[in-house]
Design a binder for this molecule. Structure first.
Ligand SMILES: *[C@@H]1O[C@H](CO)[C@@H](O)[C@H](O)[C@H]1NC(C)=O
Ligand SMILES: *[C@@H]1O[C@H](CO)[C@@H](O)[C@H](O)[C@H]1NC(C)=O
Ligand SMILES: *[C@@H]1O[C@H](CO)[C@@H](O)[C@H](O)[C@H]1NC(C)=O
Length: 670
């Protein structure tokens, strides 16, 4: 018995060793650490060669994030336009494989492919994201386990811009799933995505580790500006600028979702599609606009954008209307365009009509983003028929000083308290101004950023049926090339629904709407009151949750405190409050695949000297609301499944925590 069990143990050990050797047996030189192409073969073209093996650490957008020293930098050998293919040595497929990919997005011409030796069949492929930095793709290769395969690095793109693909660190076998130091890679990559029709939105979104669970995202493709926000017959309508065919901006459609509580969404058919065109590369589409509830109908009043490269001589931007009596199907009105373009002599830039009701003369008006070539402007029109079909030009309502952009888009204008609020997009940022309005001209008294974080643009306001002033912002991040979810086929997310209010200092404030409480998927974990010093307090371990923290600043001896979110041993997103400067700083320099940087806002502390933070975590989305109405929106893209920690630490003393609550949140789709 003893002897045979000893033999069994030996056999098991031998098998384990053999399976380990087998499982880890990828091709030779899987991460190019030989410093050259040893083991790899140039199959065709001149895109790849010895110079492709690079040890460059960073580029204009930050680090490449290669594994160890060397990787394939696709443009290094012969430039962007060169084409070619590089193939690895053969190896036996195990059940899983992973690698790093960066460079251009072009599913047909730029990809990493898994090819079966026997018949040359391309089994799986993955393109990049139009960013140089490398992202870890994990493939389920169990269907071909045991078969001889190889990897190809394929570049048939002749484009001078993003015409190359980067690659590193092929891992075969168990190592494919983690770094071996207790960190497990998120399983991402388009080849692993359940198709749109294979499962419900709820389970499909749950399966994507990058996918926010309660922020609106497109099922595939790209979204930007929220549009047409309205509550009509009890239902909230959220439309989004949408391009379904790739996770990049393209000819604009309007995606459509509805909700009974502005929290849980149901996807409806695409509301608007671009005109059919026979011109290749025609970018004409249905740009941003707003909703007007009138005469028992939901009207969409929006910019019809005509690509003048494809249609020379056409008016680039005019205002058109599509109407619906069922809230699902929208029909373009025969009276279009209702505003045929900007006034004679004005620049062609004339977009994003936002309808509002003006109590100063009890009329419907529309604010339109414009420019005098040097400064952003808002133009105003007044409805002559109390419907969206006939407008008279009121004139320029407001001209900026130029510092917030030479052109403005997505203007919103409405009364709030005893002020009027104007907000708009300029210089790729969202600005607000508060002031007064006499029915024709706005006078600004105060200006600021709508959002202190890196990921907010094109916010849209609407008034709900209970009279609240609500808003949703696109959590897109213009200045950066970091859109890691493109590897999963989608890009862009909308914020949670926010309620707007006037801050004590006359600025524009945001707070989460009360209905968000309905997202709770379990009881809150509550801590406090307690003192937290320089030993970190673990608050929890989740990335789909709401965290509320109240700190009694008067009773705190710490000079600062830091909340670490999306935290593991390898990475975290840091939110630091500094008592002396009263600043809240968001630091994403070590947060994962997303934009690295720091953003800061001064937080007004109330008379009771208690600082309140209300924080929404949603896998790749972060929204931080401070008690004074400051909001910081960001996207973060952790690399590791373990990056879900939440902790608090004080600096140079103790933080007097009045209360902490951590509530798990569920999905908007289930
Ligand atoms: C899959 O779902 C999409 C979106 O709902 C729909 O437009 C499409 O027709 C469906 N395709 C199939 C093959 O069912
Ligand atoms: C509004 O103010 C502007 C600028 O002061 C003035 O020209 C205009 O006549 C005023 N309009 C009304 C309706 O009072
Ligand atoms: C936190 O959660 C992650 C993901 O569920 C898990 O992998 C990790 O072990 C957890 N860490 C701790 C400290 O509980």
């Amino acid at each position: 018995m003893a002897a045979s069990s000893h033999r069994l143990v030996k056999l098991a050990l031998a098998l384990l060793a053999a399976s380990k050797a087998f499982a880890d047996d990828g091709p030779v030189n899987p991460g190019f650490e030989a410093g050259n192409l040893q083991g790899w073969q140039v199959v065709s073209g001149n895109a790849f060669g010895d110079r492709s093996v690079s040890d460059a650490a960073s580029y204009w957008g930050g680090p490449f994030y290669q594994d160890q020293k060397f990787f394939i930098l696709g443009a290094a050998q012969a430039g962007e336009a060169a084409v070619g293919e590089l193939k690895s040595g053969s190896f036996k497929a195990s059940s899983v494989l992973s690698f790093l990919v960066g460079g251009g997005y072009d599913p047909d011409n730029l990809y990493i492919g898994l090819v079966r030796d026997r018949d040359g069949k391309l089994l799986l492929k993955q393109t990049a994201t139009n960013d140089e930095a490398l992202i870890r793709i994990v493939w389920d290769t169990s269907k071909w386990s045991g078969q001889m395969v190889h990897i190809v690095i394929h570049d048939s793109s002749t484009s001078e811009s993003w015409g190359h693909i980067n690659f590193d660190d092929l891992r075969v076998g168990p190592r494919a799933l983690g770094n071996g130091r207790g960190l497990t890679f998120h399983v991402i990559g388009q080849s692993n995505q359940p198709g749109p029709n294979k499962s419900s939105v709820c389970s499909r979104y749950a399966a994507d580790p990058m996918r926010p669970q309660y922020h609106y995202t497109p099922y595939q493709g790209w979204i930007n500006d929220p549009a047409g926000l309205a509550q009509w017959n009890g239902r909230h309508h959220l439309f989004s600028q949408f391009y379904p065919d790739s996770p990049f901006w393209g000819p604009m459609h309007w995606a459509h979702a509805e909700s009974t509580d502005a929290v849980h969404w149901r996807e409806l058919p695409v509301a608007l599609s671009p005109k059919k065109t026979s011109q290749p590369g025609d970018q004409s589409g249905r740009f941003t606009g707003s909703a007007m509830v009138q005469g028992g109908k939901l009207h969409l009043v929006f910019t019809d954008f005509v690509d003048t490269a494809a249609h020379p001589g056409a008016v680039q931007e005019s205002v058109v209307v599509a109407s619906s009596s069922d809230g699902v199907t929208f029909t373009l009105d025969s009276r279009n365009p209702v505003i045929p373009g900007p006034p004679a002599g004005a620049p062609a830039f004339f977009r994003d009509p936002k309808v509002f009701h003006d109590p100063t003369d009890n009329s419907w008006k529309v604010a339109i983003g414009a420019s005098n070539n040097a400064q952003g402007q808002v133009r105003l029109y007044r409805s002559t028929t109390s419907d969206p079909f006939s407008w008279s030009d009121v004139g320029v309502m407001y001209t900026g000083d130029g510092s917030t952009g030479a052109v403005w888009e997505c203007p919103n204008f409405f009364p709030l308290g005893d002020k009027w609020v104007l907000f708009y997009g300029g210089n790729a940022l969202g600005w607000y101004e508060t002031g007064t309005f006499n029915g024709t001209v706005f006078k600004s008294e105060k200006r600021g950023l709508v959002d202190a974080g890196p990921a907010s643009y094109a916010m849209q306001w609407y008034k709900d049926e209970s009279g609240r002033n609500l808003a949703i912002t696109w959590m897109g991040n213009w200045p950066t090339s970091k859109w890691p979810s493109r590897v999963n086929g989608w890009a862009g997310q909308q914020s949670i629904t926010r309620e707007l209010f006037l801050r004590a200092d006359g600025g524009l404030g945001s707070r989460p709407i009360a209905e968000l409480d309905r997202l709770a998927s379990g009881p809150a974990k509550r801590l406090g009151p307690l003192q937290v010093g320089e030993a970190a307090l673990t608050i929890g371990n989740t990335s789909t949750a709401r965290l509320k923290l109240t700190v009694n600043l008067g009773a705190s001896t710490a000079s600062a405190f830091t909340l670490a979110l999306f935290q593991s041993r390898a990475e975290s997103t840091l939110l630091t409050y500094n008592k002396g400067s009263r600043t809240l700083t968001l630091d994403t320099n070590n947060a994962g695949y997303g934009q690295a940087g720091k953003w800061e806002a001064v937080i007004a502390v109330p008379a009771d000297n208690k600082l309140a933070l209300d924080i929404f975590l949603d896998r790749s989305v972060l929204e931080v609301f401070a008690g004074d109405g400051t909001v910081m929106s960001a996207t973060v893209w952790p690399r590791y499944r373990e990056s879900t920690g939440i902790s608090l630490v004080g600096r140079d003393g103790a933080v007097a925590v009045a209360a902490v609550s951590l509530t798990p949140l569920g999905s908007s789709w289930c």
